[in-house]
Design a protein around this ligand. Sequence first.
Ligand code: PEP
Length: 252
Amino acid sequence: MSERTPYLAANWKMQKTVVETKDFLDRFMGGIGDLTGKDIAICPPFTSLAAAVERCRRSPVKVAAQNMHEADTGAYTGEISASMLTSLGVEAVVLGHSERRALFAESDEALSLKVVSALDAGLQPILCVGETDAEREEGSTEDVLRRQLEADLAQVEASRLGTIVIAYEPVWAIGTGETASPEQAEKAIGFARSVVAELDAAAAAQVRILYGGSVKPDNAEELLRSEEIDGALVGGASLDPADFTAICEAAP
Ligand code: PEP
């Protein structure tokens, strides 16, 4: 871990009803120890955001959405805007998760607009980038990271870059039980930071870059002790309050 504040985010994907969200948060808040010096975010489905905001009020835990539309209002049936999220008390938003890129054709062009729209509304973007198994096999991990980061951050002013959270999530490690080794994660995250440095050196020192991909209580400590890895974006293991607590506590 570096001097940047560790950031631990729970991506629940399309899981947990309102009742289940409240139950999780009651158990998580009841069991977690001192969170001083750590940023914790819960990313429930849209339908549970209001309940999560209510339960996290007056706590250090922030609530993040899992997606948003780039426009503020308009004829976009089924979509949600940044200002709708902030009006609920949501503080952050996951953008460009690989499931959205692969299953919902989320483009880098749309993401470049979403990142700016989130920042304009006062939402902290948690921007996900990462290579597929085939891309790693053919040796193009760094090309993919450069392409995604340069495109997705293209419209962001240098002065705002450092406030963004980036999650390096190799697609082959998401939900597979296969975790990147600390060395693999460090190399990719170091490279991602160098791409941000080409945009703005000060931002590169400030930006938090997390690892995501089958983080569990039994591998969290090994990953999170790295100077290069600023935290974790956790999917499956974040559904269980005890497991997510253990991961949060593993962050130094
Ligand atoms: C994710 O969905 O962002 C993720 C990292 O999932 P998992 O932890 O289940 O691999």
